[in-house]
Write a new protein. Structure first.
Length: 98
């Protein structure tokens, strides 16, 4: 029997769906209190939360204040504005990014 590695599972804070870690974008609360989006291949330190690469999940998380709850800190207005700008670059049809 081959030695298969299982992909870690994570929960989207927008839709609450559980899926493989690779299908998510990680939002991080840094030590200084700022919020950053982890790019593919990057590993930022700090408390993290996961969102699908779908516009609907990002909208739900931003609208409902779920990001603050998941990161256990209220994000600054500038951080929320940065996340909203990132949301605007996502496909409107809800398709996942490549």
């Amino acid at each position: 029997m081959p030695n298969e590695r299982r992909e870690p599972q994570r929960t989207c804070i927008g839709c609450r769906e559980v899926a493989g870690k690779r299908g998510f974008v990680r939002i991080v609360r840094a030590a200084g209190g700022g919020v950053a989006v982890e790019e593919p291949g990057e590993r930022l330190p700090g408390r993290g939360a996961y969102l699908h690469r779908r516009r609907s999940c990002w909208e739900r998380a931003l609208r409902g204040g779920r990001i603050g709850a998941a990161l256990r800190a209220k994000p600054a207005a500038a951080d929320v504005a940065g996340l909203r700008r990132r949301l605007e670059t996502m496909p409107a049809n809800g398709a996942e990014e490549a």
